[in-house]
Design a protein. Structure first.
Lengths: 266, 781
């Protein structure tokens, strides 16, 4: 079931990534790191273009490109729209996630070939996101780095020659697949440069990495230009490229209405 | 024989230094131990690797196709766990299943787990689509339970795969991380899975199957066999030696000799980095059995010599008596084993090489270690002539008379038996039973059979289909072709069910089209297929379709357990794959199929190896006897037991499998030894001008006892293998003993009868070429 925090986390996960340049205190605490990361989130919304390159274990790949829109409405509820632009066969496919007041979050899917909007019923949207190695659940867990209370700072270290906080977080909803995350949060940008998804058997199942060299700065926020998710068990990986980031754009409420999913096609 | 050194003895003073030779053997043994054990850590370096799939050469096309499949779609090794209780009878049963699925997923070495607990329902209505797991919420009411059971039974990806057809037996499919068999065995993953299942599902039977389980169990049995059979052979040989030689030194010295030879052989294996596999595990017991015969020859010579005050001199003389025949028979046995090197299967080549090394080691131990041990023995009184020897002599004399007197009948009967055996041999089938290799009551076999009955089949394999055009499998036409192929596959009696990406696309189409039954079909538009694959992608589809949608697989669940049936099915499928539209090619592969093909390759390749063995041994015999005629004559008595061996396989319905197929070369290599002993004697008498009849009777008289003793030892040793829980090992022992017994019968009856018939072929009477060196007389006579 998608939850309120899931929405926040989701967007934090996808966009993470937009961080302030606020200098972090060198005295690390969970609150310090969490604060640093929370301040990464845009206030009202954001939009960005993304490209997903999903490699199977043989190295062959497929690519998907699209646009993501995030909005926090006046009542504080979060909405997220992912719309696919390419390739042509899947152009117009859209996923809408809407946070609800009663906690019963909603997810809608639009397939242009059927010209129908379908509500995803009966639970979580934990499968692969657009066929990639990312799942909503993964992104939710990454988002937990900024929001979960169960964050603990394991220490300070360096990663790719950059000083980092080593953070461990136990997601609110852990399962056998992912029990906790270990993340190396860049002290300068507050972006997690590497996040390991650890299962109950203490195995690292997935690794999400953000090359420091690809970090860009937009309107005072740091943006990871690339993210790589490796599924160590499946031996697959997905490269996510983020570009054309706009922080707090003027997004219409209409954009996040289920019935309007078809209108954005094309 | 005098107790004093003769001038010939004195010319080789090295025999007087048995301690030096023993020290040399000790050094060799230390080197062997260093090959077997890491001296720093104490870890055993000689590994056991029971993987049958690795029996195929690395560059074999079946192996390459399988490796390519695994590279693209991952490890296809999976365990299937089934509980025999009705999972829909009680909500607690469903909760147990969910808990078990989660627990198994967290096991180290487990990649993914599939069960009702995490399989998407993929249902839809006009408004909604449900992607949640079938068991996302456990129903509590009986009506809800029934509804869930109905949904599961109607779910094409669940029924027969995760739930028994027409029943409520639930399965958990446990996919494994890529790991070799050794790692699987070390972790004991099958036992961990069973333990978890027994703790979570507390009632009813639990069955576990899967190729990794079979291989692990086979490995455990092989280790157990080695741990029991080898000591048992040593005990048996001790008993035989005690009965034959009736002395302390005669009892333990040959056993110590073969133990040392065994150590050297295993040391060579260890140094070479070889890992014992299902074929080469036969080498250690074989070395003990074959080596004992050589040691017996030397001990017999030693015991027959007059005891002297100088044990070293006595040992040297015994050695001088047996060195040549032991070397000659050893060379022919080695040739028999090395003929296996003609196989293009690396594992058979290894078996041949290491068996040859083992024979060489036994010879070295017999000619080096044993004389040294005997040289250090205390002087003993002359051995009394045993009553058994007299009994043997009388029997040999009567047998010789019988064989010579009725030679035509015996030769004719032998030929008739040979022809009949050849006719029966045509009924031999090349077939390796993988599951039937275990005892009928073995849990692994009963589990496998139960799962085979409960689900669509416990023996899965894969069809890999490649399209020339990238993205071809997003085309509706290609998916419909997959559906047609699946329909055809499921019409085959051996196949219980199949799964392909087309099944997923149809289900997704149905779910997104409102859930109507008529929508359970491949969509008409490529765009819709692509969109369904985009939003429905997941682990299940990733195993069936690659990222660019160019390679697809069809998972086939079959019920066949025998290699021949599986190969026949695969051939039929390959023919059907030939009918795929232009631009698509397919082939059958998978772990189970590879195992079957490996076993069949081993069996089928033995005809070539056996022919090579005949040629090699024939050439050695012709060279030794300096006569093509006698060389070939020596081969005939050995062709007969081999013909009878294969005839017996046909008559008793024993298949030519990876163990029984090896026996042809093994029997030829061993049995020819006795023939050589006989022919050496016969030829000497014949060349000295005696009649063929007399020469044959005398030769039999001379060799009957040693040939019988060594045959009894060989057969008894091989019969110990029948205690194995693996049918192929037991058959190897039983049929080997049978073949050697037949070879013995041929050597004491048919060979003398055949040789007694040779008078008409004598070119000129009188002594033959005197310049020709004669082998030493057989010391056992």
């Amino acid at each position: 079931m998608l939850t309120r925090s899931a929405f926040l986390s989701f967007f934090t996960g996808v966009l993470i990534s937009i961080g302030t340049s606020a200098a972090a205190d060198s005295v690390a605490s969970a609150e310090t790191v969490g604060q640093c990361m929370r301040e990464n989130l845009p206030g009202q919304g954001a939009s960005l273009a993304f490209g997903l390159r999903t490699h199977d274990r043989s190295g062959a790949f497929r690519e998907t490109q699209g646009q993501a829109y995030y909005q926090r409405s006046t009542d504080g509820l979060v909405r997220l729209l992912l719309r696919v632009n390419a390739p042509d066969d899947v152009r117009g496919t859209a996923i809408l996630l809407r946070e609800a007041q009663d906690g019963e979050d909603e997810a809608f899917l639009y397939l242009p070939a059927l010209a129908r909007v379908k509500r995803l019923a009966g639970g979580s949207f934990s499968g692969p996101l657009l066929g990639s190695d990312f799942s909503v659940a993964d992104l939710e867990r990454i988002g937990g780095l900024a929001q979960d209370a169960q964050v603990s700072v394991l220490g300070e270290s360096s990663f790719e020659s950059r000083p980092v906080w080593v953070v461990s977080v136990r997601p609110q909803r852990s399962d056998a697949g992912v029990d906790r995350l270990v993340s190396y949060v860049d002290r300068e940008t507050c972006l997690p440069l590497r996040t390991e998804f650890v299962d109950r058997g203490e195995r690292v199942r997935k690794i999400l990495s953000t090359p420091a060299s690809a970090i860009q700065r937009h309107a005072g926020h740091f943006v990871p230009g690339e993210m790589h998710m490796f599924d160590l068990l499946a031996q697959t990986e997905t490269h996510l490229v983020i570009h054309r980031v706009t922080v707090d754009p003027d997004l219409s409420e209409e954009l996040f209405r289920a019935g309007a999913l078809a209108k954005g096609e094309g | 024989m005098s107790g004093l050194p003769s001038p010939e003895d004195a010319s080789l003073p090295w025999y007087r230094r048995p301690v030096v030779w023993l020290a040399a053997c000790g050094l060799l043994s230390l080197v062997a131990v260093a090959g077997l054990v890491d001296l720093r850590t104490g870890a055993v370096k000689l590994r056991l690797e029971p993987a049958l799939d690795k029996l195929l050469p690395r560059h074999h096309e079946s192996r390459e196709a399988y490796d390519a499949l695994r590279d693209r779609f991952g490890n296809d090794d999976a365990l299937v766990l089934v509980s025999d209780r009705d999972v829909f009878a009680d909500p607690d049963h469903l909760r147990d299943l969910g808990r078990l699925s989660e627990r198994l997923a967290s096991l180290d070495g487990v990649s993914r787990v599939h069960s009702l607990a995490n399989t998407p329902a993929l249902a839809g209505s006009d408004e909604d689509v449900t992607l949640a797991a079938l068991l996302a919420e456990v129903p509590e009411e009986p009506g809800e339970l029934d509804a869930l059971a109905l949904r599961a039974a109607r779910h094409p990806l669940v029924s027969g795969r995760l739930i028994s057809r027409g029943g409520g037996r639930a399965a958990v499919v446990v996919e494994l991380e890529a790991m070799d068999d050794e790692a699987f065995l070390e972790r004991g993953l099958d036992r961990m899975v069973l333990e978890a299942a027994r703790e979570e599902i507390r009632t009813g039977d639990i069955w576990l199957a899967g190729t990794p389980v079979v291989k692990a169990e086979m490995s455990r049995i092989l280790v157990r066999d080695m741990a029991t059979v080898i000591p048992a052979i040593l005990v048996l040989m001790t008993v035989i030696a005690a009965l034959v030689f009736r002395s302390v030194i005669g009892t333990w010295a040959p056993v110590a000799c073969i133990a040392v030879a065994e150590l050297w052989t295993l040391g060579v294996m260890g140094w070479s980095g070889h890992a014992l596999n299902v074929i080469t595990t036969i080498v250690p017991p074989l070395v003990l059995i074959v080596g004992f015969a050589y040691a017996v020859h030397l001990l017999s010579a030693y015991h027959r010599l007059e005891a002297t005050e100088d044990p070293a001199l006595r040992a040297w003389r015994a050695l001088r008596h047996v060195a040549f025949p032991v070397l000659l028979t050893g060379v022919t046995t080695i040739a028999g084993f090395l003929s296996l090197a003609t196989s293009h299967l690396e594992v058979i080549q290894e078996f041949g090489r290491f068996a040859a090394v083992g024979v060489a080691a036994t010879q070295l131990a017999t000619l080096l270690f044993l004389p040294a041990v005997l040289g250090l023995a205390r002087p003993t009184r002359p051995t009394a002539r045993l009553r058994t020897r007299e009994v043997f002599d009388r029997l040999a004399e009567r047998t010789g008379r019988f064989a010579v007197g009725r030679r035509r009948t015996i030769v004719a009967l032998g030929l008739v038996a040979g022809i009949a055996a050849l006719a029966l041999a045509t009924r031999v089938r090349v077939d390796t039973e993988i599951i039937e290799n275990f005892a009928p009551e073995a849990p692994i076999r009963t589990s496998y059979e139960a799962i085979n009955d409960a689900l669509d089949g416990a023996n899965p394999f894969t069809i890999a289909i490649e399209a020339e055009t990238p993205g071809a499998f997003a085309e509706p036409a290609a998916l419909r072709e997959l559906v047609r192929l699946q329909d055809w596959l499921e019409s085959q009696p051996e196949i219980g069910g199949t799964t392909s990406v087309a099944d997923h696309v149809q289900l997704l189409h149905q779910a997104f089209s409102g859930g109507g039954a008529d929508a359970l079909r491949v969509p008409d538009s490529k765009a819709l297929v692509s969109q369904l694959l985009l939003v429905g992608a997941g682990e299940e589809i990733d195993r069936l379709l690659d990222a660019p949608h160019t390679h697809a697989t069809v998972e086939v669940r079959s019920r066949v357990t025998r290699s021949a049936a599986l190969s026949a099915l695969a051939s039929r499928i390959e023919r059907r794959l030939g009918e795929l539209p232009a631009g698509f090619t397919g082939r059958v592969t998978g772990n189970a199929l590879l195992v079957s093909r490996a076993a069949d390759e081993i069996s089928a390749g033995q005809v070539r190896s056996l022919a090579a063995a005949f040629v090699a041994i024939g050439a050695i015999l012709c060279a030794y006897f300096r006569s093509v005629g006698i060389g070939l004559l020596a081969l005939i008595p050995n062709a007969l037991p081999i013909a009878i061996y294969f005839g017996a396989l046909g008559a008793f319905g024993i298949t030519l499998n990876n163990a029984t197929a090896l026996m042809g070369c093994v029997v030829l290599g061993i049995a020819v030894d006795d023939t050589i002993h006989f022919l050496v004697r016969f030829r000497r008498g014949w060349h000295e001008g005696r009649s063929a009849e007399t020469s044959a009777a005398d030769a039999l008289m001379a060799v009957a006892r040693p040939v019988t003793i060594t045959t009894v030892a060989l057969c008894a040793g091989l019969l110990l293998l029948t205690t194995s829980d693996l049918r192929t090992q037991a058959e190897f022992g039983a049929m080997g003993a049978f073949a050697l017994a037949v070879a013995w019968l041929v050597d004491v009856l048919w060979t003398p009868a055949l040789c007694a018939s040779l008078d008409g072929f004598r070119r000129e009477p009188g002594p033959a070429r005197t310049a020709e060196p004669e082998p030493s007389p057989d010391p056992l006579s």
